[in-house]
Design a protein around this ligand. Structure first.
Ligand SMILES: [Fe+2]
Length: 279
């Protein structure tokens, strides 16, 4: 089968369509394999606006994924994760069983890094006949839907993240603000990290921290702020790793599932000063 047959002609115009009322959009009319910088900027703008961007029918090979990704920024990789492809910036994500996976729970990529990735780009290669969806939660929506009184309580708090699973040889704590500001938009989003890696909050006991973090995770992971991506062959999925959490659903047993991930370098998380009129 000609895998490029479903791709639009080279003079097609990009169009963005929302996939839920809150998070996620599909871009049509683009061919990532030979996209120019203007197309990359459209993907970036859609990522900032919609958090998750789906581009169908691309069938991207690794070199093409790297070429498009380079238009979004320099690459980064998670400390302690060994490369498993000939291209060290790419990571093959394959079905190794739920017990061995670090991605099949709610998380944001690289939270224990000083400067976690901004964007992640995932290309489908082998998919199960059914299942293996990836679910995203919108952390800007999570922040906005807290009361003003609760948001004020979170100001200035920092979370200690401890990477146990991925960097066991070199355990180190990383502190990030619980509410971070996205520099391109000025938006504030919740950034609690990963529940079992978030050790405590600066100035609070572990029990106090746990209570607050457990509430925030439960609040953030509401279906009101979610997009569930049902993978199709040829899909390429981008997400803003700073403003989302994601969860790889493992409901396909031992069936093969192979995707290739590329991550773009992000800024060190920061919390901008609050304005006098900011609730
Ligand atoms: Fe992930």
């Amino acid at each position: 089968m000609d895998q490029t047959a479903a791709q639009p002609p080279s003079d097609a115009q990009p169009a963005v369509r929302k996939l839920t009322g809150t998070i996620g959009a599909e871009i049509t009319g683009v061919r990532l394999a030979d996209a120019d910088q203007a197309t990359a900027e459209q993907v970036r703008a859609a990522l900032l606006a919609h958090r998750v961007v789906v581009v169908r029918d691309q069938y991207l090979e690794p070199e093409q994924q790297l070429a498009f990704g380079a238009r979004l920024g320099p690459f980064t990789t998670v400390r302690g994760v060994k490369p498993n492809l000939p291209w060290p910036d790419l990571l093959q994500i394959a079905n190794t069983g739920k017990a061995n996976a670090a991605t099949e729970l709610w998380h944001t990529d690289g939270v224990s890094m000083e400067a976690p990735p901004s964007f992640s780009m995932l290309a489908a290669h082998v998919l199960p006949d059914a299942g293996g969806d990836t679910v995203f939660a919108d952390m800007g929506h999570a922040y906005r839907t807290l009361s003003a009184a609760y948001r004020q309580r979170l100001r200035g708090l920092r979370v200690r993240h401890r990477a146990k699973m991925l960097a066991a040889a070199q355990p180190a704590d990383t502190w990030h603000p619980l509410v971070r500001t996205i520099p391109e938009t000025g938006e504030r989003v919740l950034y609690p990290g990963v529940s079992h890696i978030a050790v405590d909050i600066e100035g609070m006991s572990v029990a106090e921290s746990r209570s607050l973090l457990d509430f925030l995770f439960a609040h953030a992971l509401s279906p009101d702020g979610m997009y569930r991506h049902r993978w199709r062959p040829g899909d390429v999925l981008f997400w803003d790793n700073r403003t989302t959490q994601h969860y790889a659903v493992h409901d396909y047993g031992d069936a093969p599932r192979v995707l290739v991930r590329l991550m773009i370098q992000g800024e060190r998380p920061f919390e901008a000063p609050y304005g006098d009129d900011e609730a």
